[in-house]
Design a protein around this ligand. Structure first.
Ligand code: ZN
Length: 320
């Protein structure tokens, strides 16, 4: 091979690689070549949370352009759309949001925009008896933490894409199957790692109640200092009750969340110390927001694995 040709090939490879990275943010799922699609425009999709955007970018592959409104550290319970956000939503071919009361301040915006383009709450199709509720009967919207439920939500989104672009139906389905296989592997790994947390210590304490589905799937008791939403106040009794449970079970660690002020969790650690219990900060979990784009934790699979590893390490028996 001549030198020129070799460097040209390297250049092509680099350009291809950068392109692929833009489409899929490092999540490992391959994108298959599909002939004849270049002539057509891409389906433009806006999502609220990145937990929808990242898997949909993989499933949609080269046929879609997906963006999420809410980046790292953004709390969807409190999020309100700016004029710029509304414009982005209005320019998209379709919009996917979680629903079930998560993006509570966006409801009117979605109603308005939904008049002239598909706006789908991906959680809406999930059977009522599969959903968790708090004591007051409010639905727990954090469904992305239960792999089976999230597959149902992503399937609903995929069906909407297939409707808008029937020629790509087989391509979307093939990508989805491949992605779901990775999700299933992640679920198996999570179950294996969580098995190393001793029976009495299976208590996950975080800043708000985002991990109910995670706990149901992986057999952990979950305590959030704040309720299902982050707009409630945290009382002294919430902190005292949590410390009592930590003491009872001798739980070694509690966790902060990337989208929530760490103050309340720090108060638990300090309160426990005053009561003579050594509780460590187990690390930072991604609950309602994912990590930065371009990092492992910026992907759905990566942020999930991060949470599993962080929890298993802090609460586990130290064995792999
Ligand atoms: Zn939440």
């Amino acid at each position: 091979m001549k030198k020129n040709e070799r460097s040209r090939r390297r250049l092509y490879a680099a350009v291809w690689l950068i392109g692929a990275m833009l489409i899929v943010s490092a999540c490992g799922a391959g994108i298959e070549e599909k002939a004849g699609v270049d002539a057509k425009g891409k389906l433009t999709i806006m999502t609220t949370i990145a937990q929808i955007a990242d898997p949909i970018a993989v499933i949609g592959g080269e046929r879609v352009e997906v963006n999420s409104l809410m980046g790292p550290g953004v709390d969807p319970h409190l999020f309100t759309a700016t004029q710029g956000d509304i414009q982005k939503l209005q320019e998209a071919d379709m919009i996917f949001y979680n629903g079930l009361g998560l993006e509570i301040n966006m409801v009117q915006v979605f109603e308005q925009i939904g008049k002239d383009r598909p706006v789908l709450a991906v959680g809406d199709g999930i059977a009522e008896d599969a959903l968790l509720h708090d004591e007051e009967g409010a639905i727990d919207p954090h469904i992305w933490f239960e792999i089976d439920l999230w597959q149902q939500a992503l399937t609903a989104a995929t069906e909407q894409m297939k409707e808008a672009s029937p020629d790509d139906a087989a391509y979307f389905d093939a990508n989805k199957e491949q992605y779901f296989a990775e999700m299933n592997r992640l679920k198996d790994e999570a179950e294996a790692k969580m098995a190393h947390i001793p029976e009495g210590k299976r208590v996950l304490v975080t800043a708000h109640d985002a991990f109910g589905y995670f706990g149901r799937m992986l057999d952990l008791d979950v305590i959030g200092l704040q309720g299902l939403s982050t707009d409630a106040e945290i009382g002294l009794t919430d902190i005292e009750e949590t410390i009592a449970i930590l003491t009872e079970h001798q739980v070694p660690a509690v966790f902060v969340e990337s989208s929530i002020n760490p103050e309340s969790i720090n108060a638990v650690i300090e309160g426990a110390a005053a009561a003579g219990l050594d509780v460590q900060l187990g690390g930072e979990l991604f609950s309602d927001a994912m990590g930065a784009a371009g990092t492992e934790e910026g992907t759905y699979l990566g942020m999930y694995a991060h949470n599993v590893n962080t929890i298993a390490q802090a609460l586990g028996d130290g064995e792999e």
